[in-house]
Design a protein around this ligand. Structure first.
Ligand code: SAH
Ligand code: SF4
Length: 374
């Protein structure tokens, strides 16, 4: 008999499931807390649930994370997991510890259909959408395995960013319940400001997210004009810059932060000239072509051979940041983390197809054996 993985549900979904078993909503709340706050997967361990309910659950449900293919820990503390999602596909999650926060970067799809030129996921093509349970399983597994390892009682993961593999807004119906489980006080209790959806610009879904579940929004801009963006982010041909930026403004009416983060991947000789920065300013500044309250996050490109592209030199990145900053636009340059384990943006699951790894990389990393979940 097939049983249901309870990681597939937000609290409302679990309440509906429990109702079908003849159980009241507060039972669903207890169950949800056991699963997400305590990391429990064994119904027998859920001691305050009635024995009759535990027996019912054993017959029709389970709580199961994705099989872990590998786990790598970088010399800077970044942890990367590769999860098996079947049919030869794998997705990745990355935990990035910092002094004041712990950020988990998770995937929404196996592959991606958008096909951005500078992204190795895009070059792989699209395999399939992840289910809600497969999205939330990445957080469930990471939170509870890190907590055990670090022996910390407090939350290890303070922020979640949907910046792994896939375009989250092209998997909307699975994404929203996963976000709700992250935000739920009985789940992970993350504030809306600490959960970020990153999108290449699926305009109608930006509007829907604003209504259904407004979390922090990052938009992958990468170019200051349509011809260049058409080339780098093919989705721009469907939703050009002016439409995208108007959608950002509508989103700001609901957003938990009063700005949109624009991500901008710095590509040598392609989009990294001072003229590009000037054009961005004319685009987004108040009174510009489409003014948007925003911050810029410049991402050093992580090169991979099939892209035919190169990383902008650091001095050009800094000069670009200065042009934006001098115009009053808050601009940060992303630190690259986990370089020695290929955990940086756009490198995710790059080794699924190409399993060869440089020997010196292996020497720098520590592999931790995976213990089965309790
Ligand atoms: N599909 C969504 C979220 C996943 S990609 C999006 O595009 O926003 C997360 C971020 O990584 C995006 O800003 C993307 O542009 C960036 N990225 C992709 N490939 C990269 C690479 N090779 N080097 C640096 N950043 C990259
Ligand atoms: Fe997809 Fe984002 Fe990669 Fe573009 S950058 S191909 S949207 S994952």
């Amino acid at each position: 008999m097939t049983t249901t993985n309870l990681l597939e549900f937000d609290l409302d979904g679990l309440a509906a499931f429990c109702e079908r078993l003849g159980e009241k909503r507060f039972r669903a709340t207890q169950l949800f807390r056991w699963i997400h706050q305590r990391g429990a997967s064994d119904f027998d361990a859920m001691s305050d649930l009635a024995k009759s309910l535990r027996e019912k659950l054993k017959g029709c449900a389970h709580v199961r994370a994705l099989p872990v293919v590998s786990e790598h820990v970088s010399s800077d503390g970044t942890v990367k997991w590769l999860f098996d999602v079947g049919d030869g596909n794998a997705v990745e999650s990355v935990f990035i510890p910092e002094d004041d926060r712990g950020t988990l970067c998770i995937s929404s799809q196996a592959g991606c259909a958008v096909g951005c030129r500078f992204c190795s996921t895009g070059h792989q093509g699209f395999s399939r959408n992840l289910t809600t349970g497969e999205i939330i399983a990445q957080l469930w597994f990471a939170e509870h395995s890190l907590r055990k390892r670090l022996r910390a009682d407090e939350r290890v993961i303070s922020n979640v960013v949907m910046m792994g593999m896939g375009e989250p807004l092209q998997n909307y119906s699975a994404l929203v319940p996963a976000l709700k489980a992250m935000l739920d006080d009985h789940g992970y209790g993350l504030s809306r400001r600490r959960v970020t959806v990153s999108t290449s610009g699926v305009v109608p879904m930006i509007d829907r997210l604003g209504n259904d579940c407004p979390v922090a929004l990052a938009v992958s801009l990468h170019a200051p004009n349509d011809p260049l963006r058409d080339n780098l982010v093919p989705l721009n041909r469907k939703y050009p810059l002016a439409e995208l930026l108007e959608a950002c403004n509508r989103y700001l009416e609901h957003a938990p932060r009063d700005f949109i983060t624009f991500e901008y991947c710095m590509l040598d000789g392609v989009n990294d000239q001072p003229e590009h920065a000037e054009e961005l300013i004319r685009l987004v500044k108040p009174g510009g072509r489409v003014g948007v309250r925003c911050k810029f996050n410049l991402i050093p490109f992580n090169p991979f051979p099939a892209s035919g592209l190169l990383r902008s030199p650091q001095n050009r990145v800094l000069a670009f940041a200065k042009v934006l900053g001098d115009a009053g636009i808050v601009t940060t340059v992303r630190k690259t983390r986990g370089d020695d384990i290929d955990a940086a943006c756009g490198q995710l699951a790059g080794d699924v197809k190409d399993r060869t790894r440089a020997a010196e990389r292996m020497a720098k990393q520590r592999t931790i054996p995976i213990k089965p979940e309790a």
